[in-house]
Design a protein around this ligand. Structure first.
Ligand SMILES: Nc1ncnc2c1ncn2[C@@H]1O[C@H](COP(=O)(O)OP(=O)(O)OP(=O)(O)O)[C@@H](O)[C@H]1O
Ligand SMILES: [Mg+2]
Length: 160
């Protein structure tokens, strides 16, 4: 029997998340970069217990459709890059399609978003990378991301 085995996608994701988000400040940086990429003019940041208990970033940027809100939380899903040529002309702060799924795989994340012209917004709740709920909600145009209990399921990273 071989000593080496492939990790399950869920554990692999949790470990990969540690590369993107080493500590709470990285999560704040990623969320603020997304807000700036979305053309936000105003960004509000709320932090509790150094970001371990809560990080909330809300912006008045473009917002997302319901379909995009779900895609945004999947790995390697981005609106900022299409093919390899685009890598030579990056005009955004992000392009990997890694940040949101990474943060979502090591926390309980609530994404609430609405495009200005849309009649309703969308809320997606994810815990440890698993989508728990998707619902239609009333909200202001833009995006709010609340990250609860960062690293609750990754003791190694929490210690780091
Ligand atoms: N605040 C936001 N407002 C509008 N759209 C957003 C916001 N945050 C994320 N998105 C959308 O979700 C997608 C995924 O975000 P994510 O941060 O995971 O990846 P990225 O920004 O494309 O690349 P990177 O992983 O390098 O940050 C983005 O490409 C963007 O389309
Ligand atoms: Mg990003």
């Amino acid at each position: 029997m071989s000593r080496i085995h492939k990790l399950s996608p869920q554990i692999a994701n949790q470990i990969a998340a540690g590369e993107v988000v080493e500590r709470p400040a990285n999560a704040v940086k990623e969320l603020v970069e997304n807000a700036l990429d979305a053309g936000a003019r105003r960004i509000e940041i709320e932090i509790e217990e150094g970001g371990k208990k809560l990080i909330r970033v809300r912006d008045d940027g473009s917002g997302m459709s319901g379909e995009d809100a779900i895609l945004a939380l999947q790995r390697h899903a981005t609106s900022k890059l299409r093919d390899a040529d685009d890598l030579f002309a990056i005009r955004t702060l992000g392009f990997r399609g890694e940040a949101l799924p990474s943060v979502a795989s090591v926390s309980r994340l609530e994404l609430t978003t609405r495009e200005a012209e849309a009649e309703a917004g969308t809320r997606v709740v994810v815990e440890a990378g698993v989508v728990l709920d998707v619902s239609e909600v009333g909200c202001a145009p833009g995006t709010e991301i609340a990250v609860h209990n960062l690293f609750f399921n990754t003791p190694a990273r929490f210690k780091f």
